[in-house]
Write a protein that binds this ligand. Structure first.
Ligand code: SF4
Length: 117
């Protein structure tokens, strides 16, 4: 059994996820169907977006905010952040440019959230 707070909408329902002996996953406490899906995903394969920063080599004391283009497995979050911390870019760079492709072989790119002239 595991417990989560549903983050799909502001109601923040308290989800309880149980696994039967036959492997069936059941969710209780959800106020709607989306919460059931969220609870099952959290239990079986939790995923997360990444927001972080990377160094900008040709700008003193400047870091560039970046975001993942999709979710990565929660289990790979630390590994992904370590790869992002080792990444550096050079300006100019545009918002949406890929700064790190296929982070940790997740198939997800890390992109710039800002434009630096
Ligand atoms: S279970 Fe449904 S109603 Fe409850 S927080 Fe999640 S999305 Fe909102």
């Amino acid at each position: 059994m595991a417990e989560y707070t549903c983050i799909v909408c502001p109601l923040s329902c308290h989800l309880t996820v149980s696994e039967g002996q036959d492997g069936t996953i059941s969710v209780s406490g959800n106020g709607c169907k989306r919460g059931e899906e969220h609870g099952k995903n959290e239990y079986l394969n939790p995923m997360r977006m990444i927001t972080s920063t990377v160094a900008v080599l040709n700008r003193d004391e400047k870091r560039l905010a970046v975001i993942s283009r999709g979710e990565v497995p929660k289990a790979k979050l630390t590994e992904c952040l370590e790869e992002i911390y080792r990444t550096a870019v050079k300006a100019p760079i545009s918002c949406g440019d890929i700064v790190l492709k296929d982070v940790c072989h997740t198939g997800v790119d890390i992109v710039s959230t800002a434009t630096l002239e």
